[in-house]
Design a protein. Structure first.
Lengths: 265, 297
């Protein structure tokens, strides 16, 4: 074997990984590049470079109204789902109780049910109780499908804790409440933060369940779906790209802080 | 080292579970009540609606226990039902083929880049999945560079398309749910004690045998979780079929959506939803039983 083929076979998996990541990111790069397109009506063909879309992200009709709704719904749904899910995760991770397997199934079922079934069944219920779908029905639906993901994420964190840390606190005469406040909760907090981030991104990105239960309230994914049929305005690309960059920065900063804290300890 | 710690952790955990009678129920109550009212009750409503028939006026239905709604629903949408499972199966297989080496590379070959690469796997989620699907539609579409290049090279004729094909729908499904496959695979690969692989090498197994007899079996929990997380949403999806497909690639999700929101045929749509849900649950249970993984949550 000559040098080149040997290098190639040794790095095959790395080359493959690079191609894999390129595949994952191609549509995101495309979205980002076309956010600078000087398009008039439909953003399909490259016309020329402009910063106008970034200077005026609300330039397209209704796009910022939809974005505002998505952000409000995302924050509310994340807040409630994180609280409800975290409480459940502590029950599941820390206590022995009767009916555990039933609860397990109830947590697993929403994750194993296709979104369209959940969306359709919720709409059926709202209609039969004479509820008009709108802003709050979306929040209710989002809390519902986020809870399970929060439980699973926080529970995993609780299960990975070293119980000796809490035992040590108790040995040092901390009572149960203080152990929880000073030891358990700070250790579980990164898991709760991760769960909240996950819940927010699930809520912000949801289309199928939202489409069923939103009435005439617009959300960002709904806006993209509806306008995709006549050509998406470049402002949607601006908003998509900035959400992507903001989330990426939050995660990277979180990782950096986490590593720094671990280093200090 | 860290895996060893984890193991003692889980062992002791079992003994540590507290037995206070009421506290766990108080902690569970709010979430459970939410799930009962907004998940179980709606499913019950769905079941009840599925056997109703049209009353007076559009959108009003009365309970008549008409179970033939199910037979009607299946016979009118058999093609879309089978197509959904076919596409979801193909997308799951492709996602597994693409993800396994990717997860393997991140778990074992990335060195100090590991955490960054892990973030990059999740990162596509931060960009709206509808935007990404629209981006694929435009990249592969009639105005895009790919099709123009292929036509210029005479690989494709003017009649050939990339979008509005079954290929595009399956590719879109594969792309959309890829991180759902990669993450659990990574999690289970990362947990493998590297000394197991070294031991296999010490016992004269070559790289391929080690991979086949050690790495793959130990990563099975990740394979099971990943395939489920990909297959379930893919089977119920209708965005990819809508944006990347043609009328001949409609999936069951498209039918349910149209019956609910356009035709206002609630019983038919409810029957189809139930068929989809029950079929998936049966497939999942059979699969999990065969794969031998019990604790999923």
């Amino acid at each position: 074997m000559n040098k080149a083929t040997r290098w190639f076979s040794r790095n095959l998996i790395r080359i493959y990984a690079v191609i894999g990541f390129a595949y994952l990111f191609l549509p995101i790069v495309y979205t980002f590049v076309f956010s600078f397109n000087d398009s008039k009506k439909s953003n399909l063909v490259w016309v020329g470079f402009t910063l106008n879309n970034w200077k005026n992200p609300c330039g397209a009709p209704d796009v910022c109204n939809a974005l505002g709704n998505s952000l409000k719904i995302g924050v509310l749904a994340t807040f409630f789902a994180t609280i409800l899910g975290t409480l459940m995760a502590f029950a599941m991770g820390r206590y022995a109780f009767k009916g555990r397997s039933v609860v397990n199934i109830l947590i697993f079922l929403p994750m194993a049910t296709p979104e369209i079934v959940m969306g359709a069944s919720l709409l059926t219920m709202f209609i039969s109780f004479g509820f008009n779908p709108g802003f709050w029905t979306i929040v209710i639906a989002h809390v519902m499908f986020c809870i399970s993901f929060v439980v699973v994420t926080v529970k995993a964190r609780i299960a990975s804790l070293d119980p000796r840390l809490e035992q040590a606190a108790m040995d040092l005469y901390a009572d149960e409440r203080e152990t929880f406040r000073r030891i358990t909760f700070p250790l579980v907090a990164p898991g709760i933060a991760a769960a909240a981030l996950l819940a927010f991104s699930l809520s912000f990105d949801d289309f199928i369940i939202t489409n069923f239960n939103s009435g005439d309230v617009n959300t960002f994914p709904k806006f993209v779906y509806i306008s995709a049929q006549r050509g998406l305005p470049a402002q949607a690309n601006v908003i998509g790209s900035s959400m992507f960059l903001i989330a990426l920065i939050i995660v990277l900063v979180g990782q950096f802080v986490g590593r720094k804290r671990a280093g200090v300890r | 080292m860290s895996t060893a710690l984890l193991h003692t952790g889980t062992h002791e955990k079992k003994a540590v579970l507290k037995k206070k009678k009421l506290i766990p129920y108080w902690l569970l109550a709010p979430g459970i009540i939410w799930l009962i009212i907004f998940f179980l009750v709606p499913i019950y409503q769905l079941i009840s609606t599925s056997t109703q028939t049209q009353g007076f006026g559009i959108g009003t239905y009365v309970q008549t226990y008409r179970f033939s709604n199910f037979a009607d629903a299946i016979s009118s949408s058999r093609a879309q039902l089978f197509r959904s499972f076919e596409y979801a199966f193909l997308a799951t297989v492709f996602a597994l083929i693409i993800s396994y080496p990717l997860a393997y590379a991140v778990a074992f070959k990335s060195g100090r880049w590991k955490n960054t690469l892990l973030v990059l796997i999740v990162a596509p989620f931060f960009c709206s999945f509808l935007l990404r699907t629209v981006a694929w539609e435009q990249i592969l579409g009639e105005q895009g560079l790919v099709i123009k290049t292929l036509r210029f090279l005479h690989i494709f004729s003017a009649q050939d398309h990339l979008t509005a094909t079954p290929f595009a729908v399956v590719a879109g499904l594969t792309y959309n749910f890829l991180p759902f496959m990669t993450l659990p695979l990574y999690a289970s690969l990362e947990r493998i004690d590297i000394r197991m692989m070294e031991a296999s090498g010490d016992l004269y197994a070559n790289a391929i045998t080690t991979f086949r007899r050690v790495t793959v079996p130990l990563s099975m929990p990740g394979v099971v979780a990943g395939t489920l997380l990909t297959f379930i949403p893919a089977a119920g999806d209708y965005i990819n079929a809508e944006l990347l497909g043609n009328p001949g690639t409609k999936m069951i999700g498209n039918v349910i959506e149209a019956r609910y929101l356009a035709i206002v045929d609630y019983p038919g749509a409810a029957a189809l939803s139930l068929i989809l849900m029950v079929t998936i649950l049966i497939l999942v249970m059979a699969y999990v039983k065969r794969a031998g993984t019990e604790e999923l949550v």
